[in-house]
Design a protein around this ligand. Sequence first.
Ligand code: BGC
Length: 459
Amino acid sequence: MIFTKDDFGPDFHWGVSTAAYQIEGAHDVDGKGPSVWDHFVSQKGKIQDHTTGNHACNHYHNYSEDVGLIQSLNIPNYRFSIAWSRIMPDGIGYINQDGVDYYNRLIDECLDKEITPWVTLYHWDLPLALQKKGGWVNREVLGWFEDYVSTCVKLFGDRVKNWMVLNEPMVFTGAGYFLGYHAPGIKGIKNFVPAMHHATLCQSLGGRIIRDLQPEANIGTTFSCSHIDPASPEPKDVKAAKRFDALLNRLFIEPALGLGYPVEDLPIARRVEDYLKADDEQNMVFDFDFVGLQNYTREVVRHNWYMPYLQGQIVKAEERDVELTTMGWEVYPKGIYKMLKKFNAYDKVKSILVTENGVAFDDQLENGHVKDPKRVKFLQSYICEVLKAKRSGVKVDGYFIWSLMDNFEWAEGYEPRFGIVYNDFETQKRIVKDSGYWYSRFLKSSKVMLNDELLKSSG
Ligand code: BGC
């Protein structure tokens, strides 16, 4: 048997994803205000390789060539995010026309080239001015977010039909407001719980605003997720794994579906009661047209009595004799199948799009060429699992690779290269990797197959 893109059906959405702070650069031009990430990277010791996203891929100026590249690779859908502080430099009030013009140009360029834009409204770059007022910890964020979302929908909704409200709320609240290794670099449960609750409320609020202003829009929001296995069958490891699953995979999706926070399996989430107001439970719910599933790896969890709040810890992949990526994550294709099954099991989920999947490996540019067979194999085996899930009845309707090109990988800087296009950050030259050429052939021709051996063996 040979499997090709045709096996996914004609309506399946194939694409690539990026995010504003990771690629745009131009951090202070044309009236853009600073974001929490602009501020975070300016502090010593926050970014592993001491770099910043100040210039990144300079997509702000190279967007036209980059969209041309997407077109030349036969990729029909482009997911990118809007930098809030480009549109509203202070987060509220004044609208920066130059920033608006940039997104108008980008959207128009996509449409001219017959590429459908998929826009994420919030991919972690909160305007710094709002962080100074407490950021996601301050309940006023609901009003700020309402303003920002309605501004974007009014400005771009005539041409953008596909919206995602938030990118991975678990990551920006967990890494940014609990562990402090992402912007704004704040720590502690007292910050995390209100930030989490306000993000949950904004997730659905954003959905409602789009629906009101643009009833025909296709509205989603995205979730990070990783299949979780207990380190052993012992009940205490199994229970710890359940707590991590509730935290990493259920905390933000379940309230949106009307199931509330998973407090039974994650007792610490009960602390949200201190921040709950009348009607919050109903206001957390929104009937999304699709959920964006973002998956890279799996986690193994063991009980650890001394670990605060969770009484458990992640067993690092490097301690487990498994194939690793540059991020130190395990390559685990079956995980995407399991997560698709898990999300599909919620009956209110109407459609799932894989809005991010991809990998960083140690790519080398040699004689103007990047051979990345490990990435080709990674993508093929994950895509095979998506097909397997689809064939078993999962409502999965799209797959977007993270990422179009190598970019600023947050606290890890530029070392991890996630692109299917290599970027030379000195010259800003883009060089399509073998994986990019493979994806392009796969999307173009009904004859380019996925390796069916992979499909069989990954079962
Ligand atoms: C994020 C991206 C990030 C990628 C790889 C996701 O968590 O949405 O911004 O670059 O994973 O770490």
